[in-house]
Design a binder for this molecule. Sequence first.
Ligand SMILES: C[S@@+](CC[C@H](N)C(=O)[O-])C[C@H]1O[C@@H](n2cnc3c(N)ncnc32)[C@H](O)[C@@H]1O
Length: 186
Amino acid sequence: MNSSVKKFNYVADISNISHYIIREFLDNKMIAVDATLGNGYDTEFLSNNFKMIYSFDIQENACKEYLKKQKDNVMIINDSHELLDKYIKEEVDCIMYNLGFLPGGNKEITTQHITSLKSIKLGLKLLKHGGLMTICIYRGHNEGKEEEHYILDYLKTLDKGEFGVMHHSFLNRSKTSPILVVVEKK
Ligand SMILES: C[S@@+](CC[C@H](N)C(=O)[O-])C[C@H]1O[C@@H](n2cnc3c(N)ncnc32)[C@H](O)[C@@H]1O
């Protein structure tokens, strides 16, 4: 077989790994949050696996594009995820963050470490016991590096009796390759 067509199955896309982890390890799939809708791949995955999904994006075009799908179980919120608790008044099973900028969109409109961290802190409070939070961080741009620094620093301080935190990274790729962090609430 030509080596150029060989692909990695597991060691490939961190978003796919986050979907796999949620599918396999989360018992209750009732309510989920996509904190960064973007092109809608994560919301689509959540919509196919959960009863109700809240999906945030500050970009109106991303929201309008997803609304065309007319999914009954997805509530699109055109606002910042730092306002999670303004819109969500119940506990949730799962929260996904796919940080950074919209692929193919304006790279200037990116998640910011201060608001991402604020949202993650609120999200951990909203998460049910047994719930999962996944965070994909892209450290190939300056704001992504800041997010890596501040978010990991914070997650390291979580009480290990209440939260399990796992860090997934590529060991033999560039130092700026993306990372996936998974937080499980006991
Ligand atoms: C990497 S993309 C998300 C990819 C997406 N999950 C998907 O499946 O295609 C990051 C998205 O976060 C959005 N974003 C940036 N800051 C935000 C904020 N404060 N609240 C909500 N969304 C934000 C951007 O507009 C962008 O669409």
